[in-house]
Ligand binder design. Sequence first.
Ligand code: 5AD
Ligand code: SF4
Length: 480
Amino acid sequence: MFENHGANKVIDESKQGEATIIEGGTGAKKLYVESYGCQMNFSDSEVVASIMTKEGYTTTRNIDEADVVLINTCSIRENAETRVRNRLTEFKKRKQDQPNLVVGILGCMAERLKQSLLEEEQLVDLVAGPDAYRDLPNLVDEVGSGQRAVNVLLSREETYADISPVRLDQGGVSAFVTITRGCDNMCSFCVVPFTRGRERSRDPETIVQECKDLFAKGYREVTLLGQNVDSYRWNMSSKGVIKDETKATTNFAQLMEMVALVHPDLRVRFSTSHPKDMTDDVLEVMAKYDNICPYIHLPVQSGHTDVLERMNRGYSREWYLDRIAAIRRIIPNCAISTDIITGFCGETDEEHEATVSLMKEVKYDYAYMFKYSERPKTLAERKFKDDVPEDVKGRRLEEIIQIQNQHSKEWNEKEIGQVHQVLIEGPSKRSQEHLCGRNGRNAMVVFPKGDLVKGTYCYVKINDCTSATLIGEVVDGPNA
Ligand code: 5AD
Ligand code: SF4
């Protein structure tokens, strides 16, 4: 889990995240944004920064000079919400000295808790759900005129397609580009369909344009984001936006190819794939283009078909393993990561063992592992008992973490002696004399800096590793 308490930052509960500073705009009013949760929230905060800078705000990393504080939140597990509540309590204290400070909550917690944050708990002045960000300037004005402001309407259309996000890391190398919003899957444990609404895809032309703009600004990597990228589907009409079943459609494989063609030096990644929807044509496009990174995040959640059924995941253990086999067949060097939940409702020892055996069979490069956390209103909350004792959940989690650490280490050890192309992201966190970047398989590589600069590619021969990092030296080419 990533954690960093600073200014305008992203705190990622589930995936690797970077603390990132929002700075932009020329206006007199100052906006401070803090983001928690998934990459989608990170991306949304950039849309929010764009909307607010158009209204005359300048973003700041110094909360002491902020006129407006917005906190973009996550509801995926209870502890994510607890951390945000603690933070909001701190902001409430700050308001005692600074009564004109506007504090707003955005994202999934805003959508889930709605008015209660304003009325019962009186923690914030403003609540805006994930589809209401265009309304933020009005909401801030309402607060200015003495009201408390709420907009939590979910939309079937909103994709913010026309908004050019203010990049949080100006001069950055890697950017997120949202391709779908919402989720229609209704996995029984998951709160996302309730907080982010129905799934909708974004116009591919606007996606390609955004990627071209990013490349022109020096970015060399885009990650196409959606809760389930494989269900991306755009129906085009002559007017471009009216969906029409009789006209040509763009699916995810075609979209990825369009993005790969933006420039051979622009790396393409994507997240998240869904095992029930990931087709071979996506894998074939990946194999065809060198600039599409050989890395797939394919959440399994459990290795037992009965648990998968209770989770409403839409696939069996066998189906999942068939998708893994397809990846290995079509992209032999592909890295694979996953998400796993331990202690889901009714999970028996035998079902847990099935997860362990699946991990051993697949041997993931990386895994994000969680204890089941019951979320209000979800199918699981309504249908099943959260009956696996906390200590059993914890023990099972510990066990799979140990197994995964061993697997990650073995994958890294296999890389010793290999040469990888690395996109340089900047100085290594541990040493100013070293740079870091990722290889196509998404492993972090650290090497002496020489006179290399960020945003360029280099080849690195791997000499050593830890379970999390590859360590190497720069060489002339791929066969050095
Ligand atoms: N409890 C624990 N983990 C969850 N996830 C989603 N909902 C829950 C929950 N209620 C995990 C899933 C998902 C990842 C983003 O978070 O593994 O893939
Ligand atoms: Fe949640 Fe399932 Fe949708 Fe992922 S696919 S956001 S786990 S409902």
